[in-house]
Design a protein around this ligand. Structure first.
Ligand code: ZN
Length: 314
């Protein structure tokens, strides 16, 4: 099976109360770790590429790696999404390069301008069978060149605007600011997600898929390993997994996870370096890093409720 769009996945996720994991890929080991997990757990999958990932690894390498993953897993539906496209031109490029989904993030622009550019991307993408994710409201934290707001609780998406945005722009899914944040230093204390907002939008747009960004939990075990083996990540904190699970049962159909991948890989590499200082074969530390990613993703698929759902999403 070739790459798919997110249409069927979101339809089933919405109907059956789970969310599909969207994981960012930057190299072969990260991709292989994710794929090994979804192959074992039989889950639908969204792989995401940011502009930063493409600048780092180049589109041809990333696409080649992803194509192998798709070929080797014919019974797993895999979508490939541009994460945080900033302009129509960027989105157009990724559509032309064979992505099955693109995100246009014009959330920093005024409401009407956000709708205008989203609409433009929707028209171009839909004509080529590609789906579009848009964003409304503002997240906190920093992810590559996406810099968020200081206090996320003051920038929660407005349900009236969300309904109007979807109707006017025609986007296929909407990332709504609901109290999450990018990066490893999301919060100073345990965050409260705006479940009331998710519920209200869900009621007013029945079956419509919402997306949660910045949803890594900043898993304690990895932060502790990093700090134990020479790292320095004090006060790292993410979104509790019980909140992610609760949102996944509601209108949230796609949950973005990047930071937890980075932490798993970094923690494992640090551990190998500390325990075997004579080791210089990259396979001996990237290999365990890849394994750590696989185990972490398997766990996430349980949190999201999408394990075992691959076949219904085909
Ligand atoms: Zn994001």
């Amino acid at each position: 099976m070739a790459l798919v769009s997110t249409k069927k996945m979101f339809e089933m996720a919405s109907k059956n109360g789970y969310a599909v994991g969207a994981f960012n890929v930057n190299n072969m080991e990260i991709t292989q770790g994710i794929i090994a997990a979804i192959a074992e757990e039989k889950a639908p999958l969204i792989l995401q590429v940011s502009r930063g990932a493409r600048a780092y690894a180049s589109n041809s390498y990333l696409k080649a790696i992803i194509n192998v993953a798709v070929e080797e897993n014919p019974d797993i539906p895999i979508a490939i999404n541009l994460d945080h496209g900033d302009t129509f031109e960027t989105c157009k490029q990724f559509v032309d390069d064979g992505f099955t989904s693109v995100m246009i993030d014009a959330s920093k622009q005024p409401f009407d301008e956000n709708i205008e550019v989203t609409k433009q991307v929707v028209e171009y993408a839909h004509a080529r069978g590609v789906v579009v994710e848009a964003e409304l409201g503002q997240l906190g934290g920093i992810e590559e060149d996406v810099v968020g707001v200081e206090d996320v609780s003051k920038h929660i998406a407005d349900p009236d605007q969300a309904v109007e945005f979807v109707e006017r722009s025609g986007c296929d899914s909407l990332a709504v600011a609901c109290g999450t944040s990018h990066g490893a230093y999301k919060f100073k204390s345990e965050p409260k997600l705006a479940f009331d907002v998710i519920a209200e939008i869900g009621d007013r747009l029945p079956g419509y898929p919402l997306v949660m960004h910045g949803s890594s939990s900043v898993l304690r075990e990895f932060v502790d390993l990093i700090n134990k083996y020479g790292g320095d990540m004090p006060n790292a904190m993410g979104v509790p997994e019980k909140s992610v699970s609760r949102a996944a049962k509601m209108a949230i159909c796609k949950v973005n996870i990047d930071t937890d991948l980075r932490l798993a890989l970094t923690a494992k590499i640090r551990q190998v370096f500390a325990e075997k200082p004579g080791e210089f074969d990259p396979r001996k530390y990237l290999g365990p890093g890849r394994e750590a990613i696989k185990e972490m993703v398997k766990h996430k698929l349980q949190v999201l409720g999408c394990a075992g759902k691959a076949s219904e999403c085909m």
